[in-house]
Design a protein around this ligand. Sequence first.
Ligand code: ADP
Ligand code: MG
Length: 247
Amino acid sequence: MNAPILEVLGLGIAFGGLRAVDDVTFVAGRHQVTTVIGPNGAGKSTLFNLISGAMRPRSGRVVFDGVPCTGAPPHRMRALGLGRSFQITSLYPDLTVFENLRLATEILEPAGRWFLPVRRSRLALERADALLRRFELTERAGSLAGALSHGEQRRMEVAMALAADPKLLLLDEPTQGMSHGDTQETAELIGRLGREVSVLLIEHDIGLVMQISDHVVVMHQGRKLAEGPPDAVRADPAVQAAYFGHA
Ligand SMILES: Nc1ncnc2c1ncn2[C@@H]1O[C@H](COP(=O)(O)OP(=O)(O)O)[C@@H](O)[C@H]1O
Ligand SMILES: [Mg+2]
């Protein structure tokens, strides 16, 4: 078996007296979709903030692709190959779809090569084009990102996160606010992504979770309540009680 892409060991942070993430341990497999579920306020987004470097943990360790990186800042995590999209829309609304993607792909260009603008643009352009096709946004390339439908914006955020060619993609509720049809499309998209990059997902649509996850981690009140294959997790009585609201 391949070494895991991400190891999280005893991770914790508190806000005042609230233990938002409390001694959480799990492993995300390479080229797998690992999904974190749990009720609102369970600590899922905070867990992502601790992994991505947006917040420093008070306790515990993070190892990414074999590299210890607990508390490393976001730019270092990006350089190591961590990509993320945010629960809050993070596009430049006054730039076109193409311009947004083009900016995101430029991260790929080697530093110190700024004297090769033509070549640099060509690589960034090709990658931006490929992402447009793949995410079915080619027809919207010239539209302002702010004018996209909600579903298109969420799709574009995934494209933006992929633009820098990450090893692990963190997606925080990518289907939030989507119609049922858009949710299904996005689910299929993420399922396919899981074969080439590793994905760590937060998702509330339980049907979708069951459909695309290789491994599920359940959080409740900051703690890990259960983890395992989707079917086993759904059948777990503790999960039934805490998450689905019945025993
Ligand atoms: N920056 C912060 N300051 C204070 N409390 C926070 C902060 N971020 C999150 N929290 C609290 O931590 C808990 C977990 O929040 P969050 O990680 O956003 O949960 P989830 O993503 O599972 O809905 C909540 O009670 C939330 O109010
Ligand atoms: Mg959240």
